[in-house]
Design a protein around this ligand. Structure first.
Ligand SMILES: Cc1cc2nc3c(=O)[nH]c(=O)nc-3n(C[C@H](O)[C@H](O)[C@H](O)COP(=O)(O)O)c2cc1C
Length: 220
């Protein structure tokens, strides 16, 4: 018997469902459900690790650009995620030139990483964007009062906020409305998920491609 035969026999004999392991360890649909549970719960609570993924774009030179953003919305039915941002931020230009992005999530407690492949839609007006503004907390709205674009140089350390809004001062709602002109939303149309689950008995990885409708296990 050759080594190859031995290893093939071992693989075939391995139980598909190891004792005590959760369904997502051996069922594709359970892995997908878990992924969307994490995404939806992450958008609902700032305490969840999935609330603050990394958004990766490419810039005008083709170089990668990654930054944390807050997930404001996640919906498995429409396969849409949403974040808020400043229209003046460099990522606005990057997304106008290249709408393909990845969002990277990791939850250290459940030991799951998800890479979301999506097309980003950058909205600077319209009902959806205006509703997102109305739903924003005053503490979030105040950021959009910054007097220059995110990333623009300043002659000293600064929040960029006008004096009346600096140092954590309470800003009247009427004053906050001036930030609306800088406010945008990014709607992420999810095209694929790459789910990686870490386990000492053997990691598991699955991919869900919504364009083709195919899903599969892959080697982690
Ligand atoms: C915890 C955390 C949450 C953040 N949330 C957002 C966000 O929701 N939207 C956003 O535009 N930037 C957010 N930022 C700031 C971005 O990471 C980034 O610094 C900024 O948007 C400028 O990015 P850009 O130069 O690539 O456009 C967040 C940063 C941190 C650390």
């Amino acid at each position: 018997m050759t080594d190859t035969t031995i290893s093939e026999t071992n693989v075939a004999d391995r139980p598909i469902r190891p004792d005590g392991m959760p369904a997502h360890y051996f069922q594709l649909d359970a892995a997908e459900t878990m992924a969307w549970d994490l995404l939806e719960n992450g958008a609902k609570s700032f305490k969840q690790p999935f609330h603050t993924p990394v958004l990766a774009t490419v810039d005008e030179d083709g170089a990668p650009q990654a930054r944390t953003i807050v997930m404001r919305e996640a919906d498995r039915e429409t396969r849409i995620l949403r974040g808020n941002t400043d229209q003046r931020a460099p990522k606005a230009r990057q997304l106008a030139a290249e709408s393909r992005v990845q969002l990277l999530f990791y939850d250290v407690d459940v030991k799951v990483q998800i890479r979301v492949t999506a097309k980003a839609e950058f909205l600077t007006g319209g009902d959806r964007r205006n509703e997102a503004w109305v739903a924003s907390a005053p503490g979030s709205k105040v950021c959009y009062l910054a007097q220059g674009a995110p990333g623009s140089e300043h002659d000293g350390p600064t929040s960029g906020l006008p004096d009346f809004a600096d140092n954590g001062q309470r800003v009247a709602n009427s004053e906050l409305e001036a930030g609306l002109k800088n406010f945008a939303i990014i709607v992420f149309h999810v095209e694929a998920l790459d789910w990686l689950y870490l386990d000492s008995k053997g990691h598991r990885r699955a991919q869900f491609d919504y364009a083709s409708g195919e899903s599969r296990w892959v080697i982690p």
